[in-house]
Design a protein around this ligand. Structure first.
Ligand SMILES: [Zn+2]
Length: 172
């Protein structure tokens, strides 16, 4: 993790070599949030009230801008390993992290069971983020979408807890 440093208020931030890239990306996302606000609003209805971090992660996923280890490596930023820290079995691509990883698979199974809908079965991030449209849940698509996005965010938070804070890669 030599590319991450703790700043004065204890938050982990990118080291200098990549800060420009990070700021550029955040600027682009902020711009996109403004530009796509109508899209998100019309697409997700009540889900515009979801926490902004969920929406930002959703937009980053749509734009294939999730900073997985594989994505970081592709930007020529040196890292020790590209392996997913949740399973230590495969490289951490966005598709693996949110769909293929056994921990994520377990979360989607539990989420589907909890929502009393047929099991979630996705082959891509686009599948996952549009899955609420395929379920026959009687005008509760927006609620289901909110649950999917929240689970999506939870996977990302768990991944970051494991990577940056040494948390155990288990579902709690
Ligand atoms: Zn994994």
């Amino acid at each position: 993790m030599e590319n991450w440093i703790k700043n004065s208020d204890g938050r982990w931030v990118w080291n200098s070599g990549s800060s420009a890239l990070f700021q550029s990306e955040m600027s682009e996302i902020s711009s996109a949030m403004g530009r796509e606000a109508v899209t998100v609003s019309s697409y997700s209805g009540a889900n515009q009230f979801l926490a902004s971090k969920v929406n930002i992660l959703y937009l980053r996923a749509q734009r294939k801008r999730i900073t997985t280890f594989v994505a970081i490596h592709r930007r020529n930023i040196p890292i020790n390993s590209q392996v997913c820290r949740l399973c230590n079995e495969r490289d951490e691509t966005t598709t693996h992290l949110f769909i293929g990883c056994r921990l994520s698979y377990f979360i989607w199974q539990r989420t589907g069971h909890w929502c009393e809908v047929p099991p979630f079965l996705a082959f891509s991030i686009d599948d996952l983020l549009s899955m609420h449209k395929d379920k026959n849940v009687d005008n509760k698509n927006e609620i289901l979408q909110g649950i999917i996005l929240t689970s999506f965010r939870c996977i990302w938070k768990k991944r970051n807890a494991v990577v940056f804070h040494g948390a155990q890669p288990s579902v709690n």
